[in-house]
Design a binder for this molecule. Structure first.
Ligand code: AMP
Ligand code: MG
Length: 276
């Protein structure tokens, strides 16, 4: 089965995260046994992004969501590393500024949505407004419960404008998170990433799981699907995301635009006589 179908949350289905194995690696023993496949999909990503840029018909929006240490940064590095930075952009969704809070919650997402030919990667996204906001009661329940429909309508509007939307939930286990926190403690180059708040957030694990389950269940739609990516193995996470993006982009049947210049004329006029 292709990865696009395998990891997709079927529209209308009810997600239970405990039914998804965060350590799944599809028969690979290790990074080494998958390295060739990973390199293949990275190369295809590069080619397809160039095509997207040249054709300027579609845009691509990749949303990444995860609990702390889930690997959003690593995934961005991998996917973007395979693309031409010209035509790609990362937008990080932090705690909203005063100006952002004074607008509706989708305003800041809409502003950074990709234009035709562009790729935008959301490091966190408008989904924070039904995740952290819900877990910490930052707005009343009546407000956040209405947001799922608002999100679906917003994404439908983007899709109507040929924005291809792929949303990835990077699924790690609670034990793996603790291992990654510990690894940060042991690595001076990672100390800057450590905050006690992250350990406190860990205390809300079950609330986040419930919030994610509802978001993934209610907002995985035909044109803006969610994917649940096994993320305990970083290399498998990278492989799965790259492969899903590639499979989706291949399905678009993109083509380079026809040349606008008269190439025969140019060949004759400027090259034939000079023999170059
Ligand atoms: P980081 O991605 O680690 O730099 O942290 C960004 C922080 O901003 C995370 O703790 C998010 O949960 C938080 N954040 C993002 N969007 C929102 C939002 N709409 N409301 C409140 N907090 C948010
Ligand atoms: Mg953080």
């Amino acid at each position: 089965m292709n990865y696009l179908e395998r990891f997709k949350v079927a529209a209308g289905s009810k997600v239970k995260l405990k039914d998804h194995d965060p350590a799944f690696k599809d028969g690979h023993e290790s990074y080494e046994s998958a390295a060739e496949e990973i390199a293949h999909y990275a190369e295809r990503l590069r080619e397809l992004q160039e095509l997207l840029y040249a054709e300027r018909r579609h845009s691509l929006l990749i949303c990444l969501q995860a609990l702390d240490t889930g690997g959003k940064d690593g995934a961005i590095n991998h996917v973007l590393g395979a693309m031409n930075p010209q035509g790609c952009r990362v937008a990080a969704f932090k705690q909203p500024s005063a100006e952002e809070l004074a607008h509706d919650f989708l305003w800041r997402a809409h502003k950074v949505a990709p234009a035709r030919g562009e790729v935008a990667i959301f490091n966190r996204s408008h989904y924070e407004d039904v995740l952290v906001v819900r877990v910490h009661n930052l707005v009343p329940k009546e407000v956040w419960t209405r947001r799922y429909e608002g999100i679906n309508a917003f994404e439908e509007g983007l899709a109507e404008h040929d924005t291809q939307i792929l949303k990835f939930y990077l699924h790690i286990s609670k034990e793996e998170q603790l291992r990654r926190f510990k690894a940060r403690l042991d690595d001076p180059a990672k100390h800057w990433k450590i905050s006690e708040a992250d350990y406190k957030e860990r205390g809300y694990w079950d609330d986040y799981v419930a919030a994610y389950e509802e978001a993934l269940s209610r907002c995985s739609t035909g044109r803006a699907p969610w994917f649940i990516i096994p993320a305990d193995h970083k290399w498998f996470r990278n492989l799965a995301i790259a492969r899903i993006v590639v499979e989706h982009m291949e399905s678009l049947k993109m083509a380079y635009p026809k040349p606008t210049a008269d190439l025969d004329h140019i060949r004759k006029e400027y090259h034939a006589a000079k023999g170059v």
